[in-house]
Design a protein around this ligand. Structure first.
Ligand SMILES: [Zn+2]
Length: 673
């Protein structure tokens, strides 16, 4: 199953929704041969499919292919037309008999150039080929697909000698004859369709001995211009395998390959990852995305999510890969990652913040926030609740029990319940079935000296309907920080802590360990707010027509304009104009001036963009430019910077940018001694 790589860092790439095969039904087993000629773009295929008894099924194949032969048990079967106009072949239900289906097909693949726009590969899932590379996604129906049945296969690929082909599974043979390379792959793990990649690759292999002396072949198949990256990628793969075998259990396959693509792609499949040449060169791919993809061989391609009841695999993989690597760097790095997730969550509208259980696969940015980040936070809160030992024990039990089969959120819950000896029904229900997240407030706090200790009393509140939460509060004493966890399941409650040292401050969840809606100070304004929030009022201060054209490009809601002569609205404000007029407007209305951070390259800068918060709490977003041309030059770049709090531009290029630090909810304590 093909999966687009995750992560904001690969935000140019879209994920392909997974075609879901009914894995519970008996697999069809196939013996297939294909010949591919990248020069002429011709593909010819033939094969025999053995279909066990069962429900009726349909066979589909992309309309570009002619089918000179399709026989069931020696008798020809003709196609009929589906409601969408595509042909299909129907195979009736069979009580007892195993059928033998023979098919020959041939056709012309698309030129690779059509796939250079990556989105096109995904939307149309066209099979493409060229001397630079071949990519035949399973979703393109480039081979006969038996709808609703999983597939086990032996595949023989015949390609030019200078090329190598790869599919999910274990290579069985590779030989050269008459200028052609003949490779055989076997894959026993049922998968709905085959993704095939080929290219003029340099192949480097390394043997890795996994847990229990299990031999794993690690392989890079790289274009010449990135062949020097091989050793680094193999080293990193070894590291990830070692980490996850120790953490979860043995790697479920015999190989793992890193394959380069001439298109700017990022895909993961069982036993391999397919990455664009330029993508491979990015250091964070090896440091993060590669490990995420390696881990999917356990979660997603080793145990399959039950898509009808929600996809848990992205959240668990994000928690054990992306988040775990940050934890290895240090607690601050992990906290910063989580704060970024919570800030994104804070700008989601009510309709977009759906229950986690509804997440199936990624199609929009809001799906990533829910299905990856909200879900990863669930696993962090679970580990904080039951402890690392029970958490790891639950993971290992879940793996050994469900390996090679479909499992649901309920199966995960059951594994963690057994490991922790706790009832987790309420925990999972509130995080999976409720949309949104709790809004927590640290309302008040006092400290008094009591004999030789100090007592800190503090009050927490949350909105109704309440969540049942374990809330971390941190008490600062001198240079030390002490974390205390309190159980909080009402709208408002007051707690008392006893502290040995005089307390100086108390802070609510400063490490962002709870999935919650951040308070305004914790989620400092980012540009996305003005772009998305329809309550935003726009003021044009100088160069009004250039300013209005820019605003129409960057905001996704109807414009509400207000005169620069009128006082500012009591609503989120977007102020756009020329430097002098903008500064005058800010000064006249007592609004915060341009922040010092934006003073970089003062001679070269042509525009400044920043967010601020007014004393009344409303956010302000300011776009200030030297002249109308500098304002117009922002139209193209600015929409891409929604996650930033401030930017400096030189003629349409962002030369500096940043996000304001978040201020946790805290109260200073002047201990009465
Ligand atoms: Zn993933």
């Amino acid at each position: 199953m093909l999966r687009g790589l995750a992560g904001a860092l690969l935000s140019g790439l879209l994920a392909m929704p997974c075609a879901h095969a009914a894995r519970e039904s008996a697999p069809v087993s196939a013996d297939i041969q294909v010949r591919i000629d990248p020069e002429t773009r011709e593909l010819t295929g033939s094969g025999v499919w053995t279909v066990p008894p069962g429900e009726p099924l349909a066979i589909v194949l992309d309309d570009r292919f002619a089918v000179p032969r399709l026989q069931v048990d020696g008798r020809p079967l003709s196609a009929d037309t589906q409601s969408d106009g595509r042909r299909q072949w129907r195979l009736a239900r069979s009580e007892r008999d195993t059928r033998r289906v023979e098919i020959e097909w041939r056709g012309l693949l698309d030129p690779l150039e059509t796939a250079l726009d990556h989105r096109q590969v995904l939307r149309h899932a066209a099979p493409v080929t060229a001397p630079r590379g071949t990519f035949l996604p399973g979703a393109a129906d480039w081979h006969p697909v038996f709808i609703g049945r999983p597939l086990q296969y032996t595949l023989r690929v015949d390609i030019p000698q200078s090329h190598r082909a790869i599919v999910a599974g274990d290579p069985a043979s590779d030989r050269i004859a008459d200028g052609r390379r003949l490779q055989t792959y076997r894959f026993e793990q049922p998968d709905p369709a085959i993704d095939l990649m080929a290219g003029p690759y340099r192949s480097v292999e390394r043997q890795f001995t996994g847990i229990g002396h299990h031999a794993i072949t690690l392989r890079t198949l790289l274009h010449a211009e990135v062949a020097d990256l091989s050793a680094g990628y193999l080293d990193a793969t070894e590291r990830y395998l070692r980490m996850y075998e120790r953490w979860i259990g043995p790697y479920p396959y015999g190989s793992f390959s890193i394959v380069s693509s001439p298109t700017p792609t990022g895909f993961g499949m069982p036993t391999l990852t397919y990455l664009g040449i330029d993508v491979l060169r990015l250091p964070f791919i090896r440091d993060t995305s590669l490990g995420h993809e390696v881990l999917h061989n356990w979660w997603g391609n080793g145990v399959y999510p039950d898509y009808t009841t929600g996809n848990w695999s992205e959240g668990l993989t994000t928690f054990m890969a992306d988040h775990a690597y940050r934890e290895q760097v240090g607690p601050e790095a992990a906290r910063d990652l989580r704060l970024g997730w919570l800030r994104d969550l804070a700008v989601l509208g009510t309709g977009q913040d759906r229950p986690l259980r509804e997440f199936k696969s990624r199609a929009h940015g809001s799906d990533q926030i829910v299905g990856y980040h909200k879900s990863a936070m669930l696993f962090l809160m679970l580990r904080d609740t039951i402890g690392s030992d029970a958490f790891d024990q639950g993971l290992r039990a879940f793996w050994s029990q469900h390996r090679g089969s479909v499992a649901s959120w309920d199966d995960l819950r059951a594994a963690f319940e057994r490991a922790s000896q706790r009832d987790l029904a309420g925990f999972f229900a509130q995080w999976l079935d409720r949309a949104g997240a709790p809004r927590l407030r640290l309302e008040s706090a006092t400290a008094i000296q009591d004999a030789s200790e100090w007592r800190v009393d503090f009050t927490l509140s949350q909105e109704r309907p309440v969540y049942r939460l374990r809330v971390p509060v941190t008490v600062g004493t001198g240079s030390d920080q002490h974390v205390h966890w309190v159980d909080f399941d009402r709208e408002r409650a007051t707690f008392s802590l006893r502290i040995a040292q005089p307390p100086g401050s108390i802070t609510l969840d400063p490490d962002a360990r709870l999935l919650r809606r951040l308070a305004p100070g914790e989620a400092p304004p980012i540009l996305r707010r003005a772009m998305l929030d329809p309550a935003t009022v726009t003021v044009l201060a100088g160069a009004a027509s250039a300013g209005e054209a820019l605003v129409r490009r960057i905001v996704e809601h109807p414009l509400q304009l207000r005169s620069p002569e009128a006082p500012p609205p009591s609503a989120p404000l977007l102020l756009v104009g020329l430097e002098r007029d903008v500064n005058r407007y800010l000064a006249r209305h007592g609004l915060p001036p341009r922040p010092a951070e934006l003073a970089v390259t003062p001679d070269l800068a042509t525009a400044w963009v920043w967010t601020a918060t007014r004393t009344t709490g409303e956010p302000v977003t300011v776009v200030s430019a030297r002249d109308a041309a500098a304002l117009a030059a922002l139209g193209r770049p600015l929409p891409h910077y929604g996650r930033q709090s401030w930017l400096v531009f030189e003629a349409g290029t962002a030369t500096a940018r940043g996000t304001w630090p978040s201020r946790p909810q805290g109260i200073r304590l002047d201990a009465a001694r």
